[in-house]
Design a protein around this ligand. Structure first.
Ligand SMILES: Cc1cc2nc3c(=O)[nH]c(=O)nc-3n(C[C@H](O)[C@H](O)[C@H](O)COP(=O)(O)OP(=O)(O)OC[C@H]3O[C@@H](n4cnc5c(N)ncnc54)[C@H](O)[C@@H]3O)c2cc1C
Length: 469
């Protein structure tokens, strides 16, 4: 099969992540055995046997590397010789500022390139358990629709509650877009709790009229249905906000929007009729999630309705809410900084199963897992990309940047995440300065400049990391 002296690295799953990981490893000179079950066993969403099939949209989202985090990760992947980006670029179809692809041409290009690589062997089979120890170095990239046998094996290794079968995502808001002249910091009943300081939540107050108008909008909002094979995964404590609203006009006021134990710092004598709480989502403190606001509302409806909440009128969403069938592990607890399962040295995870979200992010995490595994096989220490890069920002979030829920011990709080600027460390103080000759320098201009500077920093640091690696 190969003329290298290295023994092969095994990859389970030939989707976006597994294909990219295989390419990175093989290009480093290490042989790969890629196990993909399609061909002998399908999933509920894939339609073909091609590697890297896009199961839904044909868009890789924004390709703007100057001021968009997705565009920046595209650019970093191109710098890192990404197969997924090369095949996407070769099969691009017109889509404005987005990178969209001819899905069939794209998947065929990936399949042919992988199959033709002298160091890659594709085996069509379902791997029904965790990679055996004799495989030594392996990557599990089985995706959101991981086969049942593999999911059971992961649960047996990590513990049952460490693998989720659905995500229940509440919207996440950029902290600097929340109006703190209306909102205030306070934990309910000023509880300090483990790791807190009594001011851990951002609170948005509503009066009676605002509450009822908000409820009406929630009930009237357009929702996305579940696919037949997804079932209806509602479980206790995780109902979509609009379903709770439909159950009665007081349900939310006694649930996630209860005002008890909270005093409006801007207006202490007037009791809020209802309160929306946001909890810090990342260690950097740049992102806050809307507590209890998992939802099936369409994205457009979410942005419109949630901006009715006082204090969120200008909210910028790092991600909107959703409920989907999705298999993913509690990566911040289970994985180390190079995506290795802490309990099984040599075994890495990659792609959507690690809790990243989206084609591009899955492929990017596959790229990193591949490079880390290849470095390990070649006897060098894998080096993670700096947190200032889009690669590093996403990786840091997955492997520890997300804050686990401390006030609700045992509760799973890690939910899948797209790449976004809220995951990047802030710029050096004083970086954002009004350009000479510009009369007005508004908040919006500052945000654009911040994104541009973060993008530039990311690409410079990524080039340096790749040159050193
Ligand atoms: C229905 C649906 C729609 C989505 N739509 C979008 C979208 O529009 N845009 C977007 O950006 N993201 C979307 N996603 C999210 C996600 O980014 C994609 O699913 C992406 O393909 C994930 O990449 P991956 O490599 O982690 O998993 P996949 O691309 O799913 O690859 C995993 C591979 O592992 C194989 N496999 C599973 N179990 C085994 C096993 N035991 N042995 C061997 N092989 C196995 C599967 O057959 C599959 O080929 C969607 C997800 C789903 C489920």
């Amino acid at each position: 099969m190969s003329n290298t002296s290295f023994s092969p690295i095994h990859i389970v799953g030939g989707g976006l992540a597994g294909s990219e990981a295989a390419w990175q490893i093989a290009e480093a000179g290490v042989p790969v055995i890629l196990h993909e079950m399609r061909g002998v066993r399908g999933t509920d969403a894939h339609q073909t046997d091609s590697l890297a099939e896009l199961v839904c949209s044909n868009s890789f989202r924004s390709d703007d590397a100057t001021a968009n985090a997705v565009g920046v990760i595209h650019a970093e992947m191109r710098l890192a010789n990404s197969l997924i980006m090369a095949c996407a670029d070769r099969n691009q179809v017109p889509a404005g500022g987005a990178l969209a692809v001819d899905r069939e041409g794209f998947a065929i290009a990936v399949t042919e390139t992988i199959s033709a690589h002298p160091l890659i062997t594709v085996v069509r089979e379902e791997v029904t358990g965790l990679p055996p120890k004799e495989w030594d170095l392996a990557i599990v990239a089985t995706g959101p629709l991981t086969s049942q046998s593999m999911a059971k094996a992961i649960q047996a290794e990590t513990g049952e509650d460490q693998l989720a079968f659905f995500d229940a995502i509440a919207p996440i808001v950029h902290r600097d877009s929340i109006d703190m002249d209306i909102c205030w910091y306070q934990s309910r009943y000023d509880k300090v709790g483990p790791g807190g300081n009594g001011k851990d939540y951002i609170n948005c107050p509503m009066d009676q009229e605002q509450y009822h108008a908000f409820l009406d909008a929630l009930i009237a909002g357009d929702t996305v249905g579940f696919k037949e094979w997804e079932g209806t995964p509602y479980f206790d404590g995780c109902l979509p906000i609009e379903v709770m609203a439909e159950r009665g006009r007081e349900t939310l006021r006694h649930g996630p929007m209860k005002p008890m134990g909270l005093t409006n710092a801007h207006n202490p004598t007037v009791k809020a009729y209802a309160v929306v709480q946001l909890r810090q989502d990342n260690a950097l403190g740049t992102l806050y999630n809307m507590v209890g606001f998992q939802t099936k509302l369409k994205y457009g409806a979410q942005a419109e309705i949630f901006r009715m909440i006082p204090g969120l009128q200008n909210a910028e969403f790092a991600r909107l809410g959703g409920l989907h069938r999705n298999t993913y592990i509690q990566s911040p607890v289970l994985l180390d900084k190079t995506l290795t399962l802490k309990s099984r040295p040599g075994l890495r995870f990659a792609g959507q199963i690690t809790g990243c979200e989206g084609y591009v992010e899955s492929a990017a995490i596959g790229l990193l897992a591949g490079r880390f595994a290849a470095a390990e096989r070649m006897g060098t220490q894998p080096v993670a990309p700096p947190a200032t890069t889009a690669f590093g920002a996403l990786l840091s979030h997955i492997t520890g940047g997300h804050l686990m829920s401390e006030d609700e011990p045992g509760k799973r709080s890690f939910q899948p995440m797209n790449v976004n600027f809220g995951l990047f460390p802030d710029l050096e103080p004083g970086s954002i300065v009004r350009p000479e000759g510009l009369k007005r320098f508004r908040g919006k201009d500052k945000t654009i400049m911040k994104r541009q500077l973060m993008s530039k920093r990311a690409l410079t640091d990524c080039s340096r990391w790749l040159a050193e690696g």
